[in-house]
Design a protein around this ligand. Sequence first.
Ligand code: UT7
Length: 331
Amino acid sequence: MSRSVGILGLGKYLPPRIVTNADIVAMGIDTSDEWIVDRTGIRERRIVDESMATSDMAVIAAQRAMERAQVEAKEIDLVIVATTSPDYLGFPSTACLVQDRLGLRNVGAFDLSAACSGFVYAMTTGAQFVETGHCKKVLVIGADCLSKWVDWTDRSSCILFGDGAGAAILGEVQPGRGIITSTLNSDGSEASILMIKDGGTRSMFSKTTLDTQANHIYMEGRSVFKVAVNTVVTALVDSLNKAGLTPQDIDLLVPHQANARIIEYVSGKLGLPPTKVFSNIEKYGNTSAASIPIALDEAVSEGRLVPGQIVATIGFGAGFTWATSILRWGV
Ligand code: UT7
C-alpha cells in the first residue's frame, strides 16, 4: 500500500519593513491607496532591506517549520526551494545555500522554477519522494524576493508584490490524512505575458537592459488575470473529481494571493462563502511562491484549518503555470 504524505509542520518569514500604499504614493508612483485597494485588495506589503536575499528568508521559515514539526536537521533527506528570485542567477541554487545554512548533510537540494505556482509544484514533487520511500522527511520552501525584480517605475506591477518565505516539512502521515490529489499544469504559449526579458541565455544582460528595465518584471496584468481565472477553476474541479469530491466538500480554500478580485471570482465560481476562503493579501500583497505556505501557516495559527478538514490549494503564475493540491489536514 502506498504511503500517505502530509505536512508535519509549517513556518513562515516576513520581513519586518512594512510598505503601505501611501508609502508607494510617497515614492512618486502615480497611483493611490483607493485604486490599489479597489483593484487588488492590497493595503501593504513587506519588503526586505537591501542586504537580505531569498535564502535568508527561506532559512528562517525552514527553521520555524522544523521546530513546529519537531524534526531535526539530521532527519531531513531532501530540500526543494521553489523560487524565481534566487540569490544568484543560474547557480548555485538557493536550495544549496539553505541546505548549508541549516546544517543539513548528505541531502539532495534543488530549486524548482514555477513562479507563483512553485510551492504547489514543489510540494507535489517532494511528496513523490516520501510516497516511494526514497525519502522520509522533505523540506519544501516557497520563497521569493520580488521587490528586487520589480520595475519600480511600472505602477501596474510594482504595487502588487511583496517579499516572504513559507516552509513545510513533508513526511508520512496516517492513512486518510495528507495529500489526496494534486495536478500540475502549464501553458508556455502564454510565456510572454509575465516575464523577465533579459539576463538569461536568450537575451543576455547588456547596457540596453538597464536603459529598458528589461531585467525587471514585465507583466500584462489583464492577460494574466484572464488566463488565471480561465484555468484554475477547471483545474480545481478536475482535481476534486479525481478525489471523488465536490466544491461543497472544501472546508478551506487557500488560493495563491495575487489579487483579491481573482480570489473572489474563483471562490464565487466554486460557490464558496468567504468563511471558507483564506486571504491575507491585504497585509502582504503577492509573495509569489511563498504565498500559499504563508497562508496555510496563518490559517492553522488562526484555527481556521484543523485536523480532519479538507483544504484545497491553487497556485498560478508565470510560465504560464497552475497547480492544485487537495489535502485532508492533519498527521
Ligand atoms: O501571480 C501572478 C502575478 N500577476 C497577477 O496576478 C496580475 C493579475 N492582474 C491584475 O491583478 C490586474 O490586471 C492589475 C491589478 C495588474 C491591473 O488592474 P486592472 O483592473 O486589470 O487594470 P488595467 O490594467 O485594465 O488598467 C486600467 C487603468 C489603466 O488606465 P487607462 O488606460 O484606463 O487610463 C491603467 O493605466 O488603470 C491604470 N492603472 C493604474 N492606475 C492607478 C494601472 N495600474 C495603476 C495603478 N494606479 N497602480
